[in-house]
Design a protein around this ligand. Sequence first.
Ligand SMILES: Cc1ncc(COP(=O)(O)O)c(C=O)c1O
Length: 345
Amino acid sequence: MIDLRSDTITRPTPEMREVMRNAEVGDDVFSEDPTINRLQDMITEITGKEASLFVASGTMGNQVCINTHTRPGNEIILERNAHIFNYESGAPALLSGVQVLPIAGTNGSFTLEQVQEVIRPQNVHHPKTALICIENTHNRAGGTIFPYVEMQKIWEFAKSAGIRLHLDGARLWNASASTGISIRDYCELCDSVSLCFSKGLGAPVGSIIAGSRQFIESARYYRKVYGGGMRQAGILAAAAIYALENNRSRLPEDHRRARILADAIAKIPQIDFDPATVQSNIVIFNVRNTGYTGQDVLDLLLKREIRMLTFAGTKIRAVTHLHISDDDIHYTVEALGEIFKTSQK
Ligand SMILES: Cc1ncc(COP(=O)(O)O)c(C=O)c1O
């Protein structure tokens, strides 16, 4: 089976399992797990932040950061296709009691002007704008990269306006691999960042947040509130360390394979697709003009042992990762060619 649904489906390799088996562990609620402490030190160094905190998932990382930055009744600004807004189960309202103000972005990005338009004036009628969230790369827009220069502008503005900036960097590894801009340079433009090990890096579980020492101290409290105070979780941190040391450098391969797939899809005239949106390891195309629904296409792909995801009725997503080879991509290109040869059903 060629599983292109997500880069979250990867399974730990025998080598990764071996380092997990041998990991030194301790009670992390007492901050006594040496492997977690080592991972946190590594991420503090990579991000250039003062401190880091291992968390169970990207969602937990984002939500702990939102709660730490805000008070109930505050407003947070994000892009309308953001993961935090669409796929985190209403958590900002449920867990932090904040109101979300979505901006209609372009390919997952928005501009400083768009932020300035929606900032609330300070008076009793309005919620306080407390936080801006940027997602990089942007999942639902197809792994697109938020332009660095625009991030700089938004960051400078946020600082001057007393608004915090959180970076949902679940796939910031991919953004950095694609642009050559270091994780540290990206992290200079935010108060907090959340990074995932369980996506392109191929670890089975785990994410991490980074920020100032004081921020991480408060975040530790919210992590505990959410039930995320894990104990001998060094076995998970060992997988994350292995992933950082062995799998990060291979991300350009995933990007190259996504590009091969994108170029082939761009040649199928009935498919509505802008290959310029493919900037990392995600390819999203629309089959609305083919006579098929997204589900029809998934069924036809499944008959050929290929899995993708569909959303919004006719959009299809394919994600390259650790377990996808060049041969898998060539076979997938052939299969799409066969399916769309005759086009309309
Ligand atoms: C951009 C982004 N942020 C956050 C998450 C949440 O990660 P998790 O599934 O580990 O909760 C995801 C998951 O795919 C994501 O794509």
